[in-house]
Every structure is written in structure tokens, then in C-alpha cells.
Design a binder for this molecule. Structure first.
Ligand SMILES: [Cu+2]
Length: 337
């Protein structure tokens, strides 16, 4: 009896396994049917350390495989501003001269901000038209763009093929390939796998940023401040004044250098715009003085890659970057007799 019962239980187990296998086999056509189901994929735009010091110009993951009917949701992961863009933006139709902006630098800035901020293309991606999310940041108010968004979604209705999305603010160095695959092909990765890839990418960017941070500080000449630092032509950016606190004597100077691709300023006192103002050669307590936008990347506008401030009165001079103070780009010059 016992053995019969055992055999019976064993047989029912075998039957259960067979039924299970049959269910799987029967399930196969229905999993093909599942392929036509719409998936939603999550992607992060830009990465930044919690303290804002290291900012990565990257979509994570850098590649994603989708099928027609799927939706991609891009969520911004940084205080740094970015866009999700496909194709070439239309030529500027606005007349900045008519708006009274005659300075070529302000004109160019105005034009770029307009381009970044203008959403285009709607929510269905056809693979041909121009698409733009508009500006994205985790901190719209602090970044100075209250209209900026945190999420952007597109439903993919493009033919099978590869499509490169990029960030208008940071150019082609910050891009992502969206592979649209045939609907009868299996997805090569799950969302969990993409998340793991993204975490790995993020870790790599942050490590590179901190390494650039340490190397830049180690290589600084006396009374010199590095305004940011870059890795891989800006793939990772250090959003800090490097060695931000400098102590000097009255009559001494401090030189600030910007070798990165980013626009930065060194500004003391009340902000009065993004162009240079005040007497940099004779900085005194209570002065409003600024380097204005400067850096190696802006030589085309006749702007310097380094600026020098000479302090002629003792005191503590806090300074900041008008573009990136909200990320923590601030420092102090202490002047004593
Ligand atoms: Cu800055």
C-alpha cells in the first residue's frame, strides 16, 4: 500500500510536470502574442552625484532595444540641464536684434536657450521628424528654468532601424542609440539589466570625475583656482571651483582658469548679467565684479580662458559661478595685510 501510494504520488508528480510542460508549450504562441504587447522602458538623462560635484553627460543606459508600439520614458537625473533631442533643430526664426539684444554673446545665448527650451514633435516618434523634450533638470527653479520638465515620453512608431538621440545642450558627446527591432524578435535585455548597465556607467563616470578632481587640485599653481575640470571632452565634469578657498595678501592676485567645455563665471557681489563688469584689477569690499562668461571653449567669442582678480582691500570675498552656484560652485578669497 505504501509503495503504491508512493508510486501514485510519483505518477501524479510526473503528470503534474507533464501538464506544466504542456502548459509551457501551449504558452509559447501566447508569448509570441506578448511580443506585440506594449512595453515601457525607463532611461535616465544625465547623472550627477548627490552633492552636485560630479556631473555626467550621459544617457544611461547608452543603448536600448525597443519595438514599435513601445514607449520610452526619459527621466532627468541631474541638476545640470539637458534635453532629449532627435534630428536637427530648425533655424532661428527669431530676431534678437529686434528684441534689443545686440551683443553677439548674449544674442548667441538667447538663441541657444530658445532652441533648448522649445518642445517639438509631440509624443509619437516617427523616426524622421525633429523631436525635442525642452529643458530637463531635477531643480528647475534653482537652475533658472522654472518651465523645465523632469520626464519626457515618446511612443515609438518608427520603422526598424537605429536612431540616435542626443542632448542639445551638450551636443553629440551625450547621445543614446535607440534600436527599433522587429516585433517577432526577442528583446536582448530586460529593464533590470538596463538598470544594472546604467549603474555601472554611472559608477564609472563618477570615479573618473573624482580622479580628475584630485589630479587637477594636485597640479594647481599657487594663487590659482581651476574653474571646473573635465574628463573625456566633458563626458564627466567637475562642477566645483578646485581649491575654492584661497588666502592672499593685500595687493596680491588670484587667477581662475577654465579649460572645460562649460560656460562659467567668477562673480563677486550682486549678479549683474553674464558679461564682464567691474574692475578686476582693483577689487574692494562691497564691489560687484565679475569675470563674465569665460573659458577655453568660448575663444570664438573673443573670451579669455583665464581671468585674474587683484584684491586691494583686506576682507573675505565670497564668489560664485552665475550658472552653477546652485550645484555648489562657490568659493572664498580671504585677503589679509
Ligand atoms: Cu559654472
Amino acid at each position: 500500500m505504501r509503495s503504491t501510494g508512493f508510486v501514485r504520488r510519483f505518477q501524479s508528480l510526473v503528470i503534474a510536470l507533464m501538464v506544466g510542460a504542456l502548459a509551457l508549450a501551449v504558452g509559447m504562441p501566447s508569448s509570441v502574442a506578448h511580443a506585440a504587447e506594449r512595453h515601457t522602458w525607463q532611461v535616465t538623462v544625465g547623472v550627477q552625484t548627490a552633492n552636485g560635484a560630479i556631473s555626467g553627460m550621459a544617457f544611461t543606459p547608452s543603448q536600448i532595444f525597443v519595438k514599435a508600439g513601445d514607449t520610452i520614458v526619459w527621466t532627468v537625473g541631474s541638476k545640470e540641464i539637458h534635453t532629449v533631442t532627435f534630428g536637427t533643430p530648425p533655424a532661428d526664426t527669431d530676431d534678437e536684434d529686434a528684441e534689443g539684444i545686440t551683443n553677439p554673446i548674449l544674442n548667441a545665448f538667447e538663441e541657444l536657450i530658445e532652441q533648448f527650451s522649445t518642445p517639438a514633435g509631440g509624443s509619437s516618434f516617427d523616426g524622421v521628424s525633429y523631436y525635442n523634450s525642452g529643458l530637463m533638470t531635477t531643480t528647475p527653479e534653482a537652475a533658472g528654468f522654472p518651465q523645465a520638465i523632469q520626464q519626457y515620453a515618446l511612443t515609438i512608431n518608427a520603422p526598424v532601424g537605429d536612431y540616435t538621440f542626443y542632448c542639445l545642450v551638450h551636443g553629440p558627446i551625450m547621445s543614446q542609440i535607440v534600436h527599433v527591432i522587429p516585433s517577432d524578435q526577442p528583446y536582448p535585455f530586460t529593464q533590470a539589466q538596463y538598470n544594472a548597465q546604467a549603474a555601472q556607467q554611472r559608477g564609472h563616470i563618477f570615479a573618473q570625475g573624482w580622479q580628475a578632481y584630485a589630479q587637477t587640485v594636485a597640479g594647481l599653481a599657487p594663487n590659482t583656482v581651476s574653474v571646473g575640470a573635465s574628463v573625456d571632452a566633458g563626458q564627466a565634469d567637475v562642477m566645483r571651483f578646485l581649491r575654492p578657498n584661497t588666502a592672499i595678501k593685500v595687493g596680491d592676485s588670484v587667477t581662475f582658469t577654465n579649460t572645460t567645455m562649460d560656460p562659467h563665471t567668477v562673480t563677486i557681489g550682486v549678479e549683474q548679467g553674464i558679461l564682464q563688469y567691474g574692475d578686476l584689477n582693483n577689487v574692494r569690499q562691497g564691489d560687484n565684479v565679475s569675470s563674465g562668461l569665460f573659458g577655453a571653449a568660448f575663444a570664438g567669442f573673443g573670451l579669455p580662458s583665464a581671468v585674474t582678480f587683484r584684491f586691494t582691500q583686506p576682507g573675505v570675498y565670497p564668489y560664485y559661478c552665475v550658472f552653477h552656484d546652485y550645484m555648489g560652485m562657490v568659493g572664498t578669497i580671504t585677503v589679509t595685510h
